[in-house]
Design a protein around this ligand. Structure first.
Ligand code: NAD
Ligand code: UDP
Length: 390
């Protein structure tokens, strides 16, 4: 039952209506759950899909009855639906999560990627600005691109100096590859929409917050190919490796798995978003890194840890050859490129919202892989036992 809530100044938080675009996705589903369970706010959930929030929409899905009147699902594509402006007008705050955001799409569907991340977001920004509505827009850590340090000689001691790799919202440059490296179509589109939102803020007074997620992971992320997504589909690394583990296949390390990432547990990250929602005076006009600088690993180390954790939660022994190397060209096709290292500077989010992530990589993988096994192991068994067509 939602109780009275106070903001960081100790003032009572008034219930608001939130138009959440992309509410049916990974982050949206966790944000909807949190808002319904712990706050009095109303959610107008906009998406083309609702599978990941169906449990919140159907009273029989275990949802407690007092939530039912606080979430409404609107199935619409923001590319071409005139109902969008009305929903934004009805709400106090719009949160835009809608995007194509899987790297396998950036170099193979660059037009869709650019349209989704820039063109389709334009009306959302415009309607918020024209109607005096607050906007929380989801950007990406990928906006930083490569680190300055990645251009130093491999053995340069400066590579160990945070000045060359720590990613700061108000200081770091955005360093992308050349145009034929279409991987950067996503980051570039996100950068331009960030600049547009920022300009709407400075020229027209739009109240905005920009979120740059650093590899948020957890249950319900993406899909398992051939089970709840296309067999040939390539999701983000958590789902790729989960799929390999569930099928007892080696995990594929792209270009040796040397890239580094910091992973944050979705439930920790959602706490940061709720703080932004309920503390507009501290969040407006800000760009926030949201990640866990303590959970840094190479992709190879991630594969090794996921193999160990999966073995612990299932009791199955790991394969003799748990990983194999693949080239990025083979795995993603022409035009792929990679971010070398992503460590968020936490100064701004700490100062404005006092937020810190809590969950270690091991712990978040343990709860996530327990979920993956519980959700998919039977379906995989059925799918792989099917007789082969002659
Ligand atoms: P997701 O793909 O699970 O969710 C996106 C949702 O948007 C999907 O449900 C999709 O159906 C919906 N959508 C897309 N286009 C739409 C349209 N035209 N009309 C209506 N709905 C549409 O992705 P996610 O991981 O939840 O990411 C949400 C946001 O956060 C994205 O903007 C993404 O770029 C950003 N982000 C996420 C991460 C992360 O770690 N998960 C990292 C960086 C950035
Ligand atoms: N990756 C990998 N094997 C896979 C999937 C991804 O080695 O099966 C690598 C990918 O090349 C990148 C990292 O894992 O270096 C993270 O990829 P993800 O798709 O999660 O997105 P990113 O962090 O690049 O946005």
């Amino acid at each position: 039952m939602a109780t009275a809530r106070v903001d960081l100044e100790g003032n009572l938080v008034k219930p608001i209506t939130i138009c959440m675009i992309g509410a049916g996705g990974f982050i949206g589903s966790h944000l909807c759950e949190k808002l319904l369970a712990e706050t009095p706010h109303v959610v107008l959930a906009v998406d083309v899909y609702n599978d990941k929030i169906r449990h919140l929409l159907e009273p029989s899905g275990g949802m407690s009855p007092q939530w039912a009147d606080r979430i409404q699902f609107h199935r619409l594509n923001i590319k071409n639906d005139s109902r969008l402006e009305g929903l934004i007008k009805m709400a106090d705050l719009t949160i835009n999560l809608a995007a194509i955001c899987t790297p396998a799409d950036y170099n193979t569907r660059p037009l869709d990627t650019i349209y989704s991340n820039f063109i389709d977001a334009l009306p959302v920004v415009k309607y918020c600005s024209e109607n005096g509505k607050r906007l929380i827009h989801f950007s990406t850590c990928e906006i930083y691109g490569k680190t300055i340090g990645s251009f130093l000689p491999k053995d340069s001691p400066l590579r160990g100096d945070p000045a060359y790799y720590l990613l700061k919202e108000d200081e770091s440059p955005c360093i992308f590859g050349s145009i034929e490296k279409q991987r950067w179509s996503y980051a570039c589109a996100k950068q331009l929409i960030e600049r547009l939102i920022y300009a709407e803020g400075s020229e027209n007074g739009l109240e905005f917050t920009i979120v740059r997620p650093f590899n948020w992971i957890g249950p319900r992320m993406d899909f398992i190919p051939g089970i709840d997504g296309p067999s040939e589909g390539v999701p983000r690394v958590l789902a790729c490796f989960s799929n390999n583990l569930l099928r007892r296949e080696p995990l594929k390390l792209v270009d040796g798995g040397q890239s580094q990432r910091t992973f944050v547990y979705i439930k920790d990250a959602i706490e940061a978003v709720v703080l932004m929602i309920e503390n507009p005076a501290r969040a407006n006009g800000q760009i926030f890194n949201v990640g866990n600088p303590n959970n840094e690993v190479t992709v190879r180390q991630l594969a090794e840890m996921m193999t160990q954790v999966y073995s612990k939660v299932t009791g199955e022994s790991p394969l003799d050859t748990p990983t194999i190397d693949v080239s990025s060209k083979e795995f993603y096709g022409e035009g792929y490129d990679d971010s070398d290292k992503r460590i968020p500077d936490m100064t701004i989010i700490n100062r404005q919202l006092g937020w810190n992530p809590k969950t270690s990589l091991w712990d978040l993988l343990e709860s996530t892989l327990t979920y993956q096994h519980r959700t998919y192991a039977e379906a995989i068994k059925k799918a792989t036992n099917k007789p082969v067509a002659s």
